[in-house]
Design a protein around this ligand. Structure first.
Ligand SMILES: Cc1ncc(COP(=O)(O)O)c(C=O)c1O
Length: 392
């Protein structure tokens, strides 16, 4: 064989590998933390038909489609009532008002949550009191609550963060002991179960967000409150509608926080699919849990009695920036939930918290990242994320 023939042969031999690598690059092109396009393409026709009905009925604010969603969502959560509102932050605000919480009151809130959990408290004039999370489940550390209870404490908000139910029985026990209200923030956890029971009916009320990126997300902004208590239910209906039950008669200062018709119509369609979508998220999470073997990556600990819906799949690692850079180079783009814990946010500087007050929440903020997680994530992408992490 001539020298140039040998070189040509070698080149030809490496071509399949090169093409294969190109294929990997094509797959790798973009694996984001969340991609809403796949879901919305799948159900586009159904959602547009639902929008058309809203349009024909001019039922743009409140109305029959919102009522349909309220009944469907209450059934989904196994609660007597659900009240649709304009977003999850309003749901928290109205739930606080329905409990009668206001200036001078204190409400226990996890330091490790999205800030809106605390906004609901602050909007009423009450003060959020932040409690650290545990170092393994990353949920409210129930052993640290009692130290924070004062004569002004009125309620505890537990958050089913990342889609994983918090330790409901332990929080309920503290509430019972000190005669406090318990609220669930289920914004990230539609369909999650605690000891086999869906979240949403454990506290006085549970607050949900249907922000587009949530497991059950509207085509627009939306939220809701579930409850088994008729008095709270009726009060919420009034509060969200200018403090009015009979039109133009206002019994109290109320709010315009109604759910939109188009949003509710999209939710009515999605409610049919949410269980299948949650199951797909569970299957992806199982692969992550079973196959991520890198000692550099720590996963969230899950007690046996919780069934998460994996709104987020959060992991921690010592050198978060290093891992992010490495993953980005491999075309994987994790999210970051959340970079600053609530007690250290500037908005709450006046409360006087300092670094070290909630060490586990602070550790998470500095070391967490959220792996790609959405129902439409392809099996080969999941495998690629796992393989890439294990090679780190
Ligand atoms: C834990 C938690 N609580 C409350 C909210 C607020 O919901 P929304 O964005 O619909 O106001 C969110 C949404 O991001 C959340 O994740």
């Amino acid at each position: 064989m001539l020298w140039w023939q040998a070189i040509l042969l070698k080149l030809l031999n490496t071509l399949p590998k090169y093409l294969c690598d190109m294929e990997m690059i094509a797959v790798q092109e973009r694996i984001p933390c969340l991609d809403l396009k796949g879901q919305h393409q799948q159900i586009k026709r159904e959602v547009f038909e639902a929008f058309e009905k809203v349009y024909e009925n001019t039922a743009f604010s409140g109305g029959p489609f919102v009522e349909e969603f309220e009944q469907g969502f209450a059934a989904f959560c196994g609660t007597k009532y659900a009240v649709g509102v304009n977003n999850g932050t309003s749901a928290l605000h109205l739930a606080m008002l329905a409990l009668g919480i206001g200036p001078g009151d204190e409400v226990i809130v996890p330091a490790n949550t999205f800030i809106a959990t605390a906004w609901g408290v602050s909007y009423t004039g009450a003060t959020p009191v932040f409690v650290d999370c545990t170092s393994d489940t990353w949920q409210l550390d129930t052993t640290k609550i009692e130290d924070k209870i004062t004569s002004n404490t009125k309620a505890i908000v537990g958050v089913h963060l990342y889609g994983q139910p918090f330790n409901i029985e332990a929080v309920a026990a503290v509430c019972k002991k000190y005669k406090l209200f318990m609220l669930e923030d289920g914004a990230q956890a539609q369909g999650a179960r605690y000891k086999g029971i869906p979240v949403g009916g454990f506290g006085e009320m549970a607050c949900f967000s249907f922000y587009p990126g949530k497991n059950l997300g509207a085509c627009g902004e939306a939220g809701g409150v579930t409850t088994n208590n008729e008095a709270y239910y009726k009060h919420l209906l009034s509060l969200r509608n200018h403090g009015s039950v009979v039109r133009y008669y206002h019994n109290e200062v109320g709010y315009n926080m109604r759910m939109g018709g188009l949003e509710s119509a999209s939710l009515n369609v999605k409610l049919k699919y949410i269980t299948a979508w949650n199951n797909r998220r569970r299957a992806i999470a199982k692969q992550y849990q079973q196959q991520i073997t890198s000692p550099k990556i720590q996963l969230q600990v899950q007690p046996d009695w919780v069934e998460s819906v994996y709104h987020l799949f959060v992991v921690t690692t010592a050198d978060r920036d290093g891992l992010l850079k490495y993953l980005n180079e491999k075309s994987i783009f994790p999210g970051l939930h959340y970079p600053v814990p609530c007690h250290l946010q500037k908005a709450y500087a006046h409360l006087g918290y300092k670094e070290g007050d909630c060490p586990n929440a602070e550790y998470l903020a500095n070391h967490c990242l959220s792996l790609p997680m959405y129902a439409e994530l392809k099996d080969e992408d999941v495998a690629y994320v796992i393989e890439t992490l294990n090679r780190y």
